[in-house]
Design a protein around this ligand. Structure first.
Ligand code: FDA
Length: 311
């Protein structure tokens, strides 16, 4: 069921008809169903939400949604959007932290295009004291994402980090490499359906791997981020850090916008750093479908939303 629902929703995320239907109803009004997971289609909406989260003591990262870009022109347009976003964030005074994807910057066109685009973003980010996180996409992109990351790192960019997935067998080795470099890692379970050749298939194994890799990061990582809504794993990380004398400001928890707000609030109240991933933009459909795939119970909530919109 775990990977089955991911595969189903991944396939559905490619459906043009479903995308049209969702796009019509999903974000039409402030109470539309996709708004639970997406901060809005415009940067102004995202900044408004970001301010409200900051007022509740949360840290932030803004993600201008987009992925699987197939032309150099579209990748250049996404790059311009990110450079523009940096300026808007600076002007707004909210925290300076963004997340992006290599397929958004043209890695499918060619690697050099992606590196050039990322460099443009990092030059601006560095000037304005931002932190930039490269999200991790599905396994055909793991190696190239890490290559792009290391290319920038070797060019002395230090304002960036990467996400790694506990579901993949290779991740322990990748974490050891990042720890050696002194690079910041965001650990996630992994949102994509992956083949048995590269990834654990049982949820219990993905969870156990997260627990173990979380310890590795807490012990040897550089300001790691543990990105999960899994209460058991959060409890485990808290206990481990306490037992090892790792202070609360040496790592952070991260969660997605709209998920487990209760837990977000209670961690902040207990003095932990909690960063919220705030996605926005018109290209929200694939991101939204991954959130449904993680928790099929969300589908009922969406169907109620669609029926409600039509009345
Ligand atoms: P799990 O799926 O076991 O869920 C634990 C609990 O969290 C559930 O019981 C439920 O209460 C709640 N929950 C989880 N997902 C929910 C949902 N969609 N709707 C409602 N409740 C939900 N992945 C990736 O491949 N590359 C990346 O770069 C990132 N980046 C990223 C950043 C941040 C800040 C987070 C929090 C997550 C990611 N992810 C990601 C997604 C990640 O890989 C994973 O798919 C989700 O976090 C869901 O897994 P959990 O760790 O929450 O555990």
């Amino acid at each position: 069921m775990y990977s089955g629902s991911k595969a189903l929703f991944f396939a559905l995320s490619r459906s043009a008809a479903l995308k049209r239907l969702a796009s019509k109803y999903g974000m039409a009004r402030p109470d539309s169903f996709a708004r639970r997971f997406i901060a809005g289609e415009t940067v102004e909406e995202a900044i408004e939400d970001a301010r409200a989260l900051q007022a509740r003591g949360m840290l932030l990262t803004l993600d201008y949604l987009g992925e699987s870009v197939k032309t150099a022109a579209a990748a250049a347009a996404a790059t311009r959007e990110y450079v523009g976003l940096i300026d808007v964030i600076v002007a707004s005074g909210i925290e300076r932290n963004i997340s992006l994807k290599v397929t958004q910057l043209g890695v499918d066109v060619d690697r050099a295009t992606c590196v050039d685009n990322l460099r443009r973003i990092l030059d601006s980010a560095q000037r304005h004291d931002f932190f930039v996180r490269i999200d991790m996409e599905n396994s055909p992109y793991t190696e190239v994402t890490l290559e792009v990351f290391e290319t920038m790192w070797q060019q002395q960019y230090r304002c960036l980090g990467v996400a790694l997935q506990s579901g993949l067998y290779r991740t322990e080795q990748d974490i050891r490499r990042m720890n050696e470099l002194g690079a910041r890692v965001r650990l996630v379970k992994g949102a994509y359906k992956e083949p048995a050749a590269v990834a654990h298939q049982r949820k219990a194994d993905v969870d156990e791997s997260f627990r173990r890799l979380g310890h590795l990061l807490l012990d040897h990582g550089t300001y790691p981020a543990l990105a999960t809504h899994d209460e058991r794993l959060i409890e485990d990380a808290r206990a481990y850090a306490l037992q090892r004398g790792i202070a609360k400001d040496r790592f952070e928890f991260q969660m997605l916008y709209g998920i487990r707000r209760d837990l977000q609030t209670s961690l902040v109240a207990n003095g932990y750093r909690m960063r919220i991933y705030v996605p926005f933009g018109r290209q929200w459909f694939p991101y939204f479908m991954r959130r449904l795939g993680e928790r099929p119970a969300n589908v009922a909530f969406v169907i109620r939303g669609i029926l409600g919109e039509r009345h």
